[in-house]
Design a protein around this ligand. Sequence first.
Ligand code: NAP
Length: 536
Amino acid sequence: MTTDITPDYDAIIIGAGMSGMYQLLRLRELGLKVLVLEAGSGVGGTWYWNRYPGARFDSESYSYGYSFSQDLLNEWNWSEHFAAQPETLRYLNHVADKFDLRRDIVFHSRVRAAHYLDDARCWEITSEDGTIRRARFLVTAIGPLSAPTMPRIEGVGSFKGEAYHTANWPHTPVDFAGKRVAVIGTGSTGVQTIQEVSKTAGHLTVFQRTPNWCAPLHNSKIDDATQAQVKANYPEMFARCRETFACFLHTPDPRGTFEVSKEEREAFFEKLYASPGFGIWQGNFRDILVDRAANAEITDFVARQIRQRVKDQAVAEKLIPKNHGFGTRRVPLETRYYEVYNQPNVELVDIKETPIVRITPTGIETSAGAYEFDIIVYATGFDAITGSFDRIDIRGAGGQRLKDKWAQGPQTFLGVQVEGFPNMMMLVGPHTALGNIPRSIEYNVDWVTRLIRTMRDRHLTFADAKPEAVAAWTEHVKNIGAGLLSNEVSSWFTGVNSNVEGKQTRIIARYSGSAPAYRAWCDEVADKGYRELELA
Ligand code: NAP
C-alpha cells in the first residue's frame, strides 16, 4: 500500500544548473528538506556541459548573473562585458561555495524515471544507478537546451579520429593546432566554435546546412571605473531588465521602420551593428520581427554587411540566409566570424548543394567527394525545450506518461504545471518566457517557492493544474505568438529538430509574449490564491 509511504524529502530538484541551484537555496530557506540530483560531476548546467572552444555569453555578463544577493553582486567582478564559459563556470562554483549548496546535491546522478504515486501524493525518482528516492514535490530544473542531438547520418560513430559534440565537450583541452578539423552546424554554438578553431587549425572545413544571420558581439574588457559603475547601477539595471520585453538590457525602439526616412533608418541600423550585444535584434525598430516589409529592410542591411566582410562573393552568398529573415531565429553574435572565411585555412561546404552522404572512418563523404579529418566537431544543437523532459520517463497520476500527454506539443499552466502531474513544478519549462534566462529563472523559482510555502502554511499536499486553466493558458500562448515571424520559421524556437523522430513539425513551444506580461499573469494567479489549481 503506497499510502504508508512517507516521502524522504520535501522536494527533489532535477539539475544543478542556474535554476536548480537557486531553487535549492530558496526551498532550504523555507526549512524544507531538499535534494538536487545532477547528472554531471559539478554545478553549472549549461555552463558545465558546453565547454567548447569559444563558448561565451551573448548577453551582458552583469545582466546575466544572479540578482538575489547584494553580497554576491558586490564581491563578484566580471572581467568582460560578455564573459567566456570558464569564467561563468567559476562564478557558478563560487555561488555554490558561498551558499554551501553542494551538501544537498548528489552528482553523477542522472534521473532515469520520475513516477507520481497517487495514494502517497509524492514522486518516486529513480536515478540511472537504480537509487530510488521519494519527495512530495518534484522540481524540474533541466533546462531548455540540455538534450544534445547528433545528426542522423549514416556512419556516425564509425569515425576513427576524435569526435565531439559541443555540449559534451571533454574536460581536458582539445588541441586543434595543425589538425584537419570539420565543424558541422552553424548555429550560435557552431559560430563561436568556428571562430576559435580557425585560429589554430591546419585546415578547417565548415559543413553548413542553413546559414544564420549573425551580428557583431563587440566584446571588451571591463576596466576598474566601469566595474565600479556596473556595481553602483545594479538596482537600476535589474529594474530595467524587469521592464524590457525579454529581460535583456535592450528593448525595442518605439518607432516603426517606415516612420523614419531611408537615411535615418540606415544610420540607425549602422549604429546598432556597431553596438555591443543584442541591440540589433532586441533594440531595433518595434516592427522588424512582425512586419515582413520592415524585416526585409534589416535583412537587406545585414546581407550587405556580409557581402562587404567576405572577400569571395560566391562564399558570401552562401553565408547569407535565403529562407528566413533577420532575427526570426536566435541571432548568433560573432567576433570576426565572417572574416574567418577569408582565411586560406578555412573552407565552407554548403551541404544543401552537396549533402553529406555518410561519416566514414577517416572523415566525411558528401555527394561531391570525400574529405579526411583528424577531428570532427558536431555543433548540431539540441532536442530543445521538451527534449530534456522526453529523456526522463515521467509519469503522472494514473501512470500517464508526459511524453504521450505532449505528443501534439506541450500543454501547461504558466509553463510551470501540467494537469495530471500533481506537485511537479517546471523551471523554465515549455510555455515560459525565456529571453535573458537567469532573469526568467529567478522569477520562476520565486513563484514556485511562494506556491510551496503557501501549501506548507496551509498543510496542503496536493497541487494540480485544472484542465480549464491549462486549456486557457495553452491557448493564450498560441495566440500571443500569432504574427511573430519567428513562429513561421523552423528552428529550436519552434521545437523543430531534424535529428529527432517526430520533431519535424513546428509547434508553439515557448511563450513569445513579453516577460512583464508573463509575470503579471503569474502574479495574479498567486495573489488571488491559485484558483486555477486544485489544491488539497
Ligand atoms: P542550433 O541553433 O540548433 O544549431 C544547430 C546547427 O546544426 C544548425 O546549423 C543546424 O542546421 C545544424 N545541423 C543540425 N543537424 C544537422 C545535420 N543532421 N546535418 C547538418 N547540419 C545539422 O544549436 P546551437 O548552435 O547549439 O544553439 C542552440 C541555442 O543555444 C542557441 O540558439 C542559443 O540560444 C543557445 N546558445 C547560447 C549561447 C550564448 O549565449 N552565448 C551560445 C551558444 C548557444 P539547420 O539550421 O539546417 O537545422
